[in-house]
Design a protein around this ligand. Sequence first.
Ligand code: AMP
Length: 286
Amino acid sequence: MPALALPIVRTVADLRGQTALWRAAGQRIDLVPTMGALHQGHLSLIAKAREDADRIVASVFVNPTQFAPGEDFEAYPRDEARDAALLSGAGCDLLFAPTASEMYAPGFSTTVTVAGVSEPLDGQSRPTHFAGVATVVAKLLIQAAPDVAVFGEKDYQQLQVIKRLARDLDLPARIVGAPTMRAEDGLALSSRNAYLSPAEREIATSLNAVLLGLARALADGEAVAPAEAEALEALIAAGFDSVDYIEARNADDLSRLGPGPIGSAPTRVLAAVRLGKTRLIDNRAV
Ligand code: AMP
């Protein structure tokens, strides 16, 4: 039996109209923000939301302010009908798919910046990215006013930025992280994997393998600086065109670790690499 068509709202007023009814009925609302081009990773966030929510709202919005000039904003894959069918099948109750002008009215001039956790790693390679993310996520959390918002650990730094943002601005939503979904060969699922040629797709597998190797070396007590250097060499040897970073960081505040062993610090290893026209990120717990 085909799944029922998913209701779609495109304005903040309509989103608030629907969520207000649910809230008045005492229902718990979870929000799952996405940029669409949905895959099993996104659907795992819906499944996570299903564990506690009465109602699940997903948003699909390719947010222009988190792309820098020359990045893939125009090329980013978009297929709303397919996304809506997948969301409906996964048990989502409402899709919020606003236009850019609904989200950014003429004269829009407020930006949310999160210092500290936004600054290293992707903050160095993509200096305007996290301000765009923090601003749009702050808006979505205010618009939908969910009890819980679910984000993937795939974008580990983004998850830390959003946790900080919600805490600092007293946004009442609880921010929940969900584990990374991977292909059988270990490559983290990503909408951007669609850009990879078959040859690039094979090289891409090494990203997860090198991160796992680095995590293991650090867990075994190897010093951070040489372990990172070895991992960087392994990525270049695997065929990546360049490496923005591969580093061990404190898992809570993303502060630098090393140059010696990690000791008892909660640790995450994170990497960003470039392969042809594609930029891939991934991370692993130590
Ligand atoms: P995006 O559409 O890429 O902005 O991602 C929307 C949400 O899905 C973010 O919270 C991501 O971290 C999450 N996500 C993306 N890929 C995966 C994955 N492979 N596993 C789990 N969550 C993911």
